[in-house]
Design a protein around this ligand. Structure first.
Ligand code: PHE
Ligand code: ZN
Length: 877
């Protein structure tokens, strides 16, 4: 018998005789206030070669009757005392993840000592060591429940405290950072190779916003003076090789700081704002108070190594984390069910910021495309949940596109319903009332409704899962000169939830005169019944109606348009987003023929042919977007039964080919009109690069003889990564003869830069020709690394963009094998990868059975509650 078994038996001997239980569910309705508040926390974190010791002192004060409940996971408890008296095991109760002290006095000073092992923490939650060999650093990730892996603590967002942090480490790690202000920095008298720093954060914060970093990093510094006259020191920390890629992020930070003052009246509140770049990170970035920690992919940017679109998201994510300082940190969530309170609002804020930095239309196109591709799919499948869920097993599973992106759409609907002035009054009121508190979605809505009580009705959007479908038609009465639009809404009934109610749906509408193409009326229709009619007066001839302009609500629109109406709108709509939206409606009608639509491509093709030349000269970025054909995954999300990946791929490629062939003559003209120039970071230059890459792909698709040479020249003469990677991608996807040589060149050029090598992996893993074998060989490459989520995603997530390869026995067995492999080491990552398989049950029967068998097999092999909860939902259990 092994020692492990002996230990298990000893432990079991003391336990009541109950069968192992399914992980327990936490319910919103069971929320209770904590019995104790924490006033101050003093942390002393000492890092050693093989472990860390964490000493903490908590001053706690009773709020209501009840026990002191401290959460703790994977901690070795060395000692615990209350008001100076050491507690022995009979004074407290300890189970897997909690330590409970009963009958505590009303004022308590708790002193706790624990040991942890950051060196073996592969889950990347709590305090962990990133990097390897000589190149290591220590960082934390506490949201949502990582602080309990650092020490015992009432680790819940409604417990706010003042933190003082002492860090002590070997001098190999010169950078010692924690939240707030640096109070002291010095050497240890008795250990000359060690040093320490003490940081004090004057703001009350929940433990999920705690952070510290112990590393050897360079720093880029700058400053910003707030409207209140506070001089803020800005610092971006990165490895010395990366410090030259930090200025895009720094500029974005300054822009975001100013933007939040101008648009929301919110200045920054500390003397220092730090950002640290880390190569091993599960998510994009984290808004820890005054000390943001970023995935390197979301902060580093330079023209030579970063594509324009990646660079844009770097700016957006910097802004997002900065905006959290008010929406998330100063006002935080009462419990994790309220996650959308900070995330939905903050995404809305970063989207608005980005819209002010580039073309509004393109920003909206990209946000809506993401929403439709991912959130609509989530809402249509077994993982559908309300923007504010009502129960969970593992909160990490709810950092979803529904909480984030649909959450942002709700705030947008409210903002548009109120108009800018009243929305600002509402947000001012929100900050005035709740600054320093942990609040709920209801609190948010009550502040926003001070000028209009109808806003409270938006609460149902937070409670009800599923994407509403809005259908409608119009009737024109020539005699009365009226146009009546009748709209109705329907939301699928998601099992486990009450029957869906009608939601308030703002439908931005304009009427266009058929002859002149001018707008004759504009109105925001509020559809808040199951069916409703809206009448426009004094309409002298039957107009063309444009609905859901700017995507005024996150719904699926089914209006009885003629294809010709859509072509008309493509020509006459005044807003670029609406023009894109009609092209997408046309494309969807063509591609989803089997799903009840019946459009021929002719109208679409001739409308494109007419629009493109002029638009390419006027707004190249928008022109590039108008050629969008939804991805295979997005199309799949609209198919609810008998999904055949091969058929969707064939239809999609067929249409792409048709566009390429029909407009064949334009590609050469356009490619020449978009010459390569020395690098510039202007909207025009970015638009030119985007369109040139699309045109190149079209030209290769249309088999234009010179196109392969254009691609090679573009690669060879590239002034930036957008050009170089764009060329590489088309060469790989079109299997140009020299593609392998270019892949090899790309690797040689950039093999010291992990983020670029991620691109190298992903272009191969997402290639049109990819198979499970390709993925196997990429995983076997010496640069593949299971411990770096970015690298895993560059291969495994990239692979999911090819459903025909994924949904095969080999593809799926490889994919589920990856989940099994990561289940224990990094359950957050494993579970997120698994969620992508949610729509297996829409597959045609042969595939469906195979997928079901493999998922059931996986279920036997995994044990993390993260993966088990997702798997149960995915299987519809
Ligand atoms: N709160 C982070 C954000 O959206 C995301 C995050 C969640 C990061 C959980 C790490 C862990 O800004
Ligand atoms: Zn966020």
């Amino acid at each position: 018998m092994s020692t492990a078994e002996t230990d298990a038996q000893i432990i079991n001997a003391d336990m009541p005789d109950v069968p192992p239980q399914a992980p327990s569910k936490i319910n919103l309705k069971d929320y209770k206030k904590p019995s104790f508040d924490v006033e101050t926390v003093d942390l002393n974190i000492k890092l050693f070669e093989e472990f860390a010791q964490v000493d903490s002192t908590l001053k706690m004060v009773r709020q209501t009757a009840g026990d002191i409940v401290l959460f703790g996971e994977a901690l070795e408890l060395i000692s615990i005392s209350v008001n100076g008296e050491i507690l022995t095991a009979e004074h407290y109760q300890q189970d897997d993840d909690k330590l409970t002290i009963s009958n505590a006095p009303d004022e308590v000073v708790l002193e706790i000592q624990v040991r942890i092992c950051p060196q073996t923490n592969t889950a990347l939650e709590g305090l962990y060591m990133a990097g390897s060999g000589d190149d290591t650093m220590f960082v934390t990730q506490c949201e949502p429940e990582g602080f309990r892996k650092i020490t015992f603590y009432p680790d819940r967002p409604d417990v706010l405290a003042i933190f003082t942090t002492r860090l002590e480490a070997d001098k190999r790690y010169p950078t010692l950072l924690a939240n707030g202000n640096l109070v002291e920095f010095g050497e240890l008298v008795n250990a000359p190779d060690r040093h320490y720093a003490i940081w004090h954060d004057p703001t009350n914060k929940p433990s999920y916003l705690f952070a510290c970093v112990v590393a050897d990093l360079d720093v880029l510094t700058d400053s910003y003076t707030t409207s209140e006259g506070r001089d803020v020191k800005l610092e971006v920390y990165a490895k010395s090789a990366d410090i030259d890629k930090c200025d895009v992020g720094m500029q974005a930070l300054k822009d975001a700081m100013e933007w939040d003052e101008v648009n929301y009246g919110r200045p920054y509140d500390l003397d220092r704002y730090m950002i640290v770049a880390v190569s091993q990170f599960n998510m994009g970035a984290m808004e820890n108070k005054g000390l943001n920690i970023f995935n390197t992919a979301c902060v580093l940017s330079s023209p030579e190594t970063t594509t324009d679109s990646r660079s844009f998201s770097v700016k957006a994510i910097i802004a997002h984390e900065y905006f959290h300082n008010w929406t998330g940190n100063r006002i935080t969530c009462r419990d994790w069910f309220q996650l959308c309170l900070k995330e939905g609002f903050t995404v809305y804020r970063d989207q608005s910021f980005s819209a002010d930095q580039q073309s509004r239309a393109v920003q909206r196109i990209d946000d809506v495309a993401t929403l439709r591709a991912h959130q609509f799919a989530e809402d249509a499948g077994p993982l559908a949940h309300p923007v504010r869920p009502e129960s969970f097993v593992e909160i990490n599973n709810f950092y979803t596109t529904t909480v984030y992106e649909k959450g942002a759409e709700i705030v947008r609907m409210i903002a548009n319903t109120l108009g800018p002035d009243d929305f600002r009054k509402g947000t001012d009121e929100y900050f005035r009332r709740y600054d320093g508190q942990a609040v709920t979605v209801e609190d948010f809505l009550s502040a926003l409704s001070i000028t209009d009580s109808k806003i409270e009705n938006f609460i149902d959007w937070y409670r009800q899962p599923g994407t509403p479908v809005v259908s409608g038609h119009q009737s024109y009465d020539r005699a009365a000169q009226t146009l009546t639009i009748t709209l109705s809404q329907q939301t699928r009934h998601v099992s486990g939830f009450s029957a869906p109610k009608p939601l308030p749906i703002p439908v931005a509408t304009a009427l266009f005169d058929q002859d002149s193409g001018d707008i004759i009326a504009e109105r925001m229709l509020l559809l808040d019944q199951a069916t409703q009619s809206f009448t426009f007066e004094n309409v002298s001839s039957e107009p063309v109606v444009s609905l859901l302009r700017d995507f005024s609500a996150p719904v699926q629109l089914n209006y009885d348009y003629q294809d010709e109406d859509l072509a008309f709108l493509l020509k006459h709509e005044t807003n670029g987003f609406n023009r894109w939206q009609v092209t997408q409606m046309l494309v969807n009608r063509i591609l989803l023929q089997g799903q009840g639509s019946k459009s021929s491509p002719q109208v679409y093709l001739s409308a494109l042919a007419q629009t493109l030349p002029e638009l390419a000269a006027e707004d190249a970025m928008l022109a590039a977007r108008l050629l969008d054909i939804p991805s295979a995954q997005e199309l799949a999300s609209a198919i609810h039964k008998d999904y055949d990946p091969a058929l969707v791929k064939a239809q999609r490629e067929g249409l792409y080919q048709l566009v390429a062939d029909t407009l064949k003559d334009q590609w050469a003209v356009l490619y020449k009109q978009l010459p390569m120039q020395s690098y510039k970071d202007s909207p025009e230059a970015r638009g030119t690069r985007a369109l040139r890459n699309v045109v190149l792909d079209m030209a290769l698709t249309a088999k234009i003889e010179d196109a392969a040479v254009w691609a090679q020249q573009q690669y060879d003469n590239a002034s930036c990564m957008t050009e170089r990677f764009g060329a590489l991608k088309v060469m790989v996807n079109h299997q140009v003869a020299s593609a392998d040589a270019y892949l090899a060149d790309f690797y040689e050029r950039f093999n010291s830069n992990d983020l670029v090598i991620d691109l190298w992996f992903s272009v191969q893993a997402s290639a049109d020709t990819v198979t499970a074998d390709t993925i196997e060989s990429l995983i076997a490459h010496t640069d593949f690394d299971w411990n770096t989520p970015n690298r895993v995603r560059s291969v495994i997530s990239a692979f999911t963009s090819q459903p025909t390869a994924l949904w095969t026995a080999e593809g799926l067995s490889l994919y589920t094998g990856v989940i099994k492999k990561l289940d224990d080491a990094n359950p957050v990552l494993a579970s997120r990868l698994l969620q992508v398989l949610a729509r297996w049950n829409t597959l045609a029967e042969s595939h469906r059975q195979m997928a079901h068998d493999q998922l059931l097999e996986l279920q036997k092999q995994v044990s993390s509650k993260h993966v088990l909860e997702s798997l149960n939902s995915v299987l519809g259990a």
